[in-house]
Design a protein around this ligand. Structure first.
Ligand SMILES: NC(=O)c1ccc[n+]([C@@H]2O[C@H](COP(=O)([O-])OP(=O)(O)OC[C@H]3O[C@@H](n4cnc5c(N)ncnc54)[C@H](O)[C@@H]3O)[C@@H](O)[C@H]2O)c1
Length: 294
């Protein structure tokens, strides 16, 4: 499929990643259908997109008239009925394999024959997800970074069956978004998260074992390793449920005990303290400034 044929993109899941993906596609001139389990969630995502775009315009990164035009290109949905119109689907739903499989099962019969499917999964096997569709050769991993409008990188991961045409069409699509790509092989968590998440998990062990407080650990890594954000602050930003899912995929996929998720990370997720998105994680975000929870 030639790149100019990607005119309409369907984004499944309107969470932090889905809204960012819809944002950059609409600004790049593509029509977008943004879908989630309820209209409420989709509407909340569109509000956020508008806020983020207006902020970009205030900073002079984009023109004011681009905001209006881009917002008009986004249609919201709470079902997949209109996905027969899309040239490319980007699946950005919750990081659970069963959820993604269910989505593909429902999605495939609705798609046109030529439509490509990309998944934004952080860690699940592209080859295995592709096998849950009717078009493994048109299926690819497209791993955007959070927040999508600001982060330059997209990892591109080919499954065993992904065709060269699909790979080329997706590379052109990412160029149109103004992103830089890094190609990763289809191994658990690919490149960025294979390296980043064990560091975050180790930071949680450091907290769990009482080596340092939340504040000490984050300050140490910010000022001692020159990281722009401490690892626990970053974990809250990513979402602790997502962090835990990625560690489980590494642990099971590579069968190495060095990847075992820290029990304290499990406890935070069990408590529903998932980080910024639920206003509480390693920090409490309900007040004026974030306060460490340990
Ligand atoms: N958070 C990050 O930093 C990050 C970075 C890169 C990739 N990812 C990946 O992006 C995906 C989404 O992560 P997120 O951080 O946006 O999660 P999130 O929890 O913010 O959003 C997930 C959204 O998916 C929706 N959803 C669940 N089941 C659905 C279904 N059947 N149909 C449609 N929508 C459904 C939920 O309602 C929710 O709005 C995951 O695969 C994650 O691994 C996350």
């Amino acid at each position: 499929m030639a790149d100019q044929e990607i005119k309409t993109v369907g984004v499944i899941g309107a969470g932090q990643m889905g809204n960012g993906i819809a944002h950059v596609c609409a600004l790049a001139g593509m029509d977008v259908i943004l879908e989630d389990v309820s209209m409420e969630r989709a509407k909340a995502a569109l509000k956020l997109i508008e806020t983020h775009m207006r902020r970009q315009a205030e900073k002079g990164k984009i023109a004011e008239h681009e905001v209006e035009a881009a917002l008009k290109r986004i249609t919201l949905a709470d079902n997949l009925d209109d996905f027969d119109k899309v040239d490319l689907v980007i699946e950005a739903a919750t990081e659970k394999e069963e959820i993604k499989r269910e989505i593909f099962k429902e999605l495939c019969p609705k798609l046109s024959e030529k439509a490509l499917i990309a998944t934004n999964t952080s860690s699940i096997s592209i080859t295995r997800l592709a096998a849950a569709t009717d078009r493994p050769e048109k299926f690819i991993g497209l791993h955007f970074m959070n927040p999508v409008p600001l982060m330059q990188l997209v990892e591109v991961i080919r499954g065993i069956a992904t065709s060269e045409e699909t790979f080329k069409a997706i590379r052109k699509f990412t160029e149109r978004l103004g992103k830089t790509t890094a190609n990763a092989e289809d191994f658990p968590a690919f490149i960025v998260n294979r390296i980043l998440l064990p560091m975050i998990n180790e930071a949680v062990y450091t907290l769990y074992e009482g080596v340092g407080s939340v504040e000490a650990i984050d300050t140490a890594m910010r000022l001692g390793a020159n990281h722009p954000m401490g690892p626990l602050q970053l974990a809250d930003f990513i979402g602790l449920d997502t962090c835990l899912s990625i560690m489980q995929v590494l642990y099971e996929g590579l069968a190495d005990s060095k990847y075992r998720p820290c029990p304290l990370l499990v406890k935070y997720v069990e408590a529903g303290w998932l980080g910024q998105k639920t206003q509480r994680g390693f920090y409490d975000y309900r007040g004026e400034a974030p306060v460490p929870t340990r």
